[in-house]
Design a protein around this ligand. Structure first.
Ligand SMILES: Nc1ncnc2c1ncn2[C@@H]1O[C@H](COP(=O)(O)OP(=O)(O)OP(=O)(O)O)[C@@H](O)[C@H]1O
Ligand SMILES: [Mg+2]
Length: 493
C-alpha cells in the first residue's frame, strides 16, 4: 500500500475545450447519437418520445422530448457533468447507460451548443446549456443558463407532468453555413432525417413492439423486425444459452426470395436497404439493438449468406467482457465463448447457404444444356500435353471480338500464357502440398464472380437468348458452374 499522506500532489485538470473536441471525435453518426439520447429516455421510464426538428439552415434545431421521470435542478447539473456516473457502478437491470457520458458525447458529436430542459415530479422545469464557444472562451467546465426561444422550450416541458427535452441548437456538423432557402442542403438534411427514422425503427424495435411510442414529427415510428418472425418459410434454430440463462443466442434462416412478395423482400432489406449488409449477428443489450448485422470479426460478408441472421441477447452486466463502447454500437464476444459461437454460426450459415444451393441446383437441373464451356482445354502436340485457353469461352470470345486493333497482340499474350503455364510446378505442389487447391474464386470477394455473371447474362439476353437459355449457358460455363447459387441473383434484375 502506498501512503499518500506524505506525498506531494498537484492538480492536473483536463483542459475543457480540448476535452470536448476529443468527445466530438468519438465517431458518432447522427443515428447513433440520437439512439444514445433515446437510451436515456428509455432508462427514465418514458412512455412517449417526440423527435422534432425545425429546418432553418444553420439555425436548425433538433429536439428529443420525453415523458420520463425527469430531473431536478441538482440532478440535471450532475447529469450534465462528463463522467456523471462510474462505469464500474452496478446499474439497474433495465438501465441502458454505462459510462455517464452518452448525453454529452452524443450531443457534442452533432452540435456545439445544446440545452437540457427537465422537470421532475413536483418541480419547476430546470435548464442548463453546454456551449462550446463559452467553454473555450472561459477555459472552464461551466454551464450557462441560456437558450434562444426560452419560453417555447420551457412550455413544451411544462406541459408534461414530468419529462426531459434535449435541444441541439448549433448543429455545425450538419448545417454549418447553410441558408434556410438552400434547397440542396435542405433535401440532404431531410435524407438524413429519413435514415435516422429507419435506424430508430430497428434499434428500438423490441421496445416499440412492447408499447413505447417514438414519434418523429408527430408520426409514430413503426418497428422493423430483422428476423421477420411469423413469415412463411422462416427457419429457426434452437436457442443456445450461456452463463446460466443470461446470454441467449438463436439462429434464423430467413425465407428465400422466391417465397417472399416484393414488399416482404424489400422489408427484409432493412434500414441499410441491402440484404448482404444485414446478414450476421444482431447483438441486443437489454433488448436494445447494439449491432445490426455484423459477423463480429468471425467471417466475411458474402451474398450466399444473405438469409442468415443470428440474435444475441445480453444483459447489461457483461458490458466490459463484450467490449461495449460509449456509442453503444460495438460488441465482441469474449474469447471464452468464441468457439461455441463460431460453431453455432457455422451451422446456421450452412443451413442458409443450403437454401440458396437448393434453389441453384433445382434451376441447374431445369435449365441443363449440353454445351459446356471450360476455360482451359487440353491439347496434344507432337505427342506432348499442352493447355490452351478456350477461345469459345464466352468471356474470351467477347474480349477478342471487341479488341479491334489489339486482337493480334492479345492473341500473342494469350499464346505466351498458354506456353508458359508452370504445369510441372503445379503438379509438384498438388502432390506434395498438404494444403488443398482451392476452387476458382474461393476465398476472394465473390462480388467479382457475381458481376461477371451479371454482365455475361446481360450480354446473352441482349444477343437474343431467352432468360432461361442465358442462365443455362452460364451454368455450363467455367467458373460460374461452381456458383449455381448466384443464378438466383440474375433473376432479381
Ligand atoms: N432523458 C432523461 N431523463 C432523465 N434522466 C436523464 C435523461 N437523460 C440523462 N439523464 C440522467 O443523466 C445521466 C447521464 O446521462 P448520460 O447519457 O450522460 O450517461 P449514462 O446514461 O449514465 O451512461 P452512458 O454514457 O452509457 O449513456 C443518466 O444516468 C441519467 O441519470
Ligand atoms: Mg446514456
Amino acid at each position: 500500500m502506498i501512503d499518500y499522506a506524505n506525498i506531494q500532489s498537484t492538480s492536473a485538470e483536463p483542459e475543457a475545450s480540448s476535452m470536448i473536441q476529443t468527445f466530438r471525435a468519438i465517431g458518432y453518426s447522427i443515428e447513433t447519437a440520437i439512439a444514445d439520447i433515446i437510451d436515456n429516455s428509455v432508462a427514465a421510464k418514458s412512455k412517449n418520445i417526440w423527435i422534432d426538428y425545425d429546418w432553418s439552415g444553420s439555425n436548425t434545431t433538433l429536439s428529443i422530448l420525453d415523458d420520463g421521470i425527469g430531473m431536478s435542478n441538482d440532478e440535471l447539473i450532475q447529469a450534465m457533468r462528463p463522467g456523471s456516473k462510474n462505469p464500474l457502478d452496478e446499474r439497474a437491470s433495465d438501465d441502458l447507460g454505462r459510462f455517464g457520458l452518452g448525453l454529452k458525447t452524443a450531443s457534442f458529436s452533432q452540435s456545439k451548443k445544446f440545452t437540457v430542459v427537465s422537470k421532475a415530479s413536483d418541480c419547476k422545469p430546470a435548464f442548463w446549456t453546454w456551449d462550446l464557444d463559452y467553454v473555450t472562451k472561459e477555459k472552464a467546465w461551466k454551464l450557462v443558463r441560456f437558450i434562444p426561444n426560452e419560453d417555447h422550450w420551457i412550455k413544451k416541458v411544462e406541459s408534461l407532468k414530468t419529462g426531459t427535452c434535449i435541444i441541439w441548437w448549433d448543429l455545425d456538423r450538419l448545417t454549418r453555413g447553410t441558408s434556410e432557402d438552400n434547397q440542396e442542403a435542405k433535401s440532404k438534411f431531410l435524407g438524413v432525417m429519413d435514415s435516422l427514422k429507419s435506424h430508430l425503427s430497428m434499434v428500438f424495435h423490441k421496445y416499440i413492439d412492447d408499447g413505447l411510442k417514438i414519434y418523429f414529427r408527430d408520426r409514430l415510428i413503426k418497428s422493423w423486425d430483422p428476423f421477420m418472425i411469423g413469415m412463411d418459410g422462416l427457419q429457426t434454430k434452437p436457442e443456445m444459452r450461456l452463463e446460466g440463462d443470461s446470454i441467449r443466442i438463436k439462429g434464423f434462416v430467413l425465407p428465400h426470395r422466391s417465397k417472399l412478395s416484393a414488399e416482404q423482400y424489400n422489408y427484409g432489406k432493412g434500414p441499410k436497404d441491402n440484404w448482404t449488409a444485414h446478414q450476421g449477428f444482431y447483438v441486443y443489450r437489454n433488448r436494445r439493438l447494439l449491432v445490426a448485422g455484423d459477423w463480429l470479426g468471425l467471417f466475411k460478408r458474402e451474398p450466399h449468406y444473405d438469409l442468415c441472421r443470428i440474435k444475441i441477447d445480453l444483459p447489461n452486466h457483461f458490458d466490459s467482457e463484450w467490449q461495449i463502447d460509449i456509442k453503444k454500437s460495438f460488441a465482441r464476444p469474449p474469447s471464452i465463448y468464441r468457439e461455441q459461437i463460431l460453431a453455432l454460426a457455422k451451422d446456421v450459415r450452412n443451413q442458409a447457404v443450403e437454401v440458396y444451393r437448393h434453389k441453384g441446383k433445382v434451376l441447374k437441373r431445369k435449365l441443363a444444356s449440353d454445351e459446356y464451356f471450360p476455360f482451359w482445354e487440353e491439347r496434344a502436340r507432337h505427342g506432348k500435353r499442352f493447355y490452351k485457353i478456350n477461345r469459345n469461352h464466352p468471356l474470351v470470345y467477347e474480349l477478342l471480338s471487341k479488341s479491334g486493333d489489339l486482337k493480334k497482340e492479345l492473341e500473342k499474350v494469350i499464346q505466351f500464357i498458354e506456353e508458359t503455364i508452370p504445369v510441372p510446378l503445379i503438379t509438384l505442389q498438388e502432390n506434395e502440398n498438404e494444403k488443398p487447391h482451392g476452387q476458382p474464386f474461393e476465398g476472394v470477394d465473390n462480388n467479382a464472380i457475381q458481376e461477371a455473371m451479371q454482365k455475361l447474362f446481360d450480354g446473352f439476353v441482349s444477343s437474343g437468348l431467352s432468360v432461361e437459355k442465358a442462365k443455362a449457358k452460364i451454368l455450363n460455363t467455367e467458373p460460374f458452374n461452381f456458383y449455381p447459387q448466384y443464378i438466383n441473383f440474375l433473376a432479381n434484375e
